[in-house]
Design a protein around this ligand. Structure first.
Ligand SMILES: Cc1cc2nc3c(=O)[nH]c(=O)nc-3n(C[C@H](O)[C@H](O)[C@H](O)COP(=O)(O)OP(=O)(O)OC[C@H]3O[C@@H](n4cnc5c(N)ncnc54)[C@H](O)[C@@H]3O)c2cc1C
Length: 339
């Protein structure tokens, strides 16, 4: 079987290959093809924009890409239901809804990737997660081609998690996502420096577009653009620790950055742990920890998937030794080696 080169399909810009790469333009085409071809889900990988992947060497899988376009709107008075195809670029969807004056997606501006992947890890940024505006999604079962709708509850969303990373991992291809946005102002300004940036802009009334502009400004100053420096955003998830563990850490490291999740758990800033472990800007060949944002691993040019993986393992080991906290990848690792 001839191999398909994947360098331009992953935001790390890493050379890798897969057995085949098939693109579908509609749910019907995808569903019929799967019904006829009876694919084994373990032999298939669903790729979106490739912005959350670490590809290593040859990946002996058939890649499927749901390039389903189209955005439709259902006006329900103060609310609007927005249904977008899996292949719609996420940030284009955000911009289109902002142009219409709808509130809901402004804090999720500039997240790379496509709509179909957004529910998989319940994308989130600046105090908002997909689950906050999610209604339902349509999907096709890989093994049968059957179409099915998943409700909010059935997706089982949590921090960087949905059922599609758990018991239904690799079983479904999402074809469209429906969100509920609002025509009424409901801005979330308390996360990170959003409010500060908006105060500097000195506006009397704020539109969702103003908040989006602030988020874009903050993100652009912090995160490397994958078109200029290969990366997959945050490489690690923020680890969740018990309140007891948090108290012990805080005693030893009073500057520790962490956020209370509930009465029993704290979310620790993985970027802070990596930085305090002395690894910000650390480099192993062409694989590096970003100089401004320690949570992001970057490809300075010719890093292989294995180079990035070796760096990630080193970072995780040093953090564990210093803080006795395990950090785990947020990105999907595919290929010759696993985490
Ligand atoms: C610079 C940068 C910044 C980022 N910032 C953020 C951030 O702030 N918040 C955040 O949450 N993420 C962030 N990310 C990660 C990434 O943008 C998201 O995870 C995004 O949702 C991935 O979309 P994608 O289309 O590129 O998916 P891919 O990387 O192609 O795939 C990711 C996962 O989704 C699955 N998948 C993709 N499409 C489908 C589909 N149609 N049906 C079923 N499964 C599918 C894949 O199998 C894989 O498991 C960032 C990444 C980069 C490079």
């Amino acid at each position: 079987m001839s191999k398909t080169a994947l360098k331009k399909f992953n935001s790390f810009g890493i050379e890798a290959s897969c057995d085949s790469f098939t693109t579908f333009k509609s749910e019907a085409e995808l569903s019929n093809w799967l019904a006829e071809n009876k694919k084994n889900p373990n032999k298939v990988f669903v790729i979106g924009g490739g912005s959350n992947l670490l590809l290593i060497g040859h990946i002996p899988l058939e890649f499927i890409h749901a390039d389903i376009q189209g955005i439709s709107y259902q006006d329900n008075g103060n609310d609007v239901l927005v249904k977008a195809g899996a292949g719609v670029n996420w940030h284009q969807l955000v911009l289109e809804t902002l142009d219409k004056g709808y509130f809901g997606l402004e804090n999720l501006s500039l997240i790379p990737g496509n709509v179909g992947a957004a529910p998989i890890q319940n994308i989130g940024a600046y105090g908002v997660e997909l689950k906050d505006i999610f209604v339902e999604l349509d999907a096709v079962e890989i093994a049968t081609g059957d179409r099915i709708t998943f409700s909010h509850q059935e997706c089982d969303f949590a921090y960087r998690y949905s059922i599609f990373k758990g018991s239904l991992k690799g079983q479904y291809i999402i074809t469209s996502v429906t969100l509920k946005l609002s025509k009424l102002a409901d801005l979330k300004l308390d996360y990170g420096p959003i409010r500060k940036v908006l105060t500097e802009a000195n506006k009397e009334t704020l539109s969702p577009k103003d908040v989006s502009d602030a988020v874009i400004k903050i993100r652009s100053s912090k995160l490397p653009d994958p078109n200029e420096l290969g990366n997959a955003g945050s490489f690690f998830k923020n680890p969740i620790v018990t309140t007891e563990k948090y108290a012990l850490l805080k005693e030893t490291f009073p500057e520790l950055v962490a956020f209370k999740v509930d009465d029993n758990r704290y979310k620790v800033a993985a970027g802070w742990l990596i930085e305090q472990a002395g690894l910000k800007g650390y480099r192993l060949g062409d694989a590096g920890v970003h100089k401004q944002q320690a949570l992001v691993l970057v490809n300075y040019g010719d890093a292989s998937g294995k180079d990035i993986l070796n760096l990630a393992r080193h970072v995780s080991k040093v953090v564990l030794e210093k803080f006795t906290v395990t950090i785990e990848p947020e990105v999907w690792i595919l290929g010759e080696a696993t985490w």
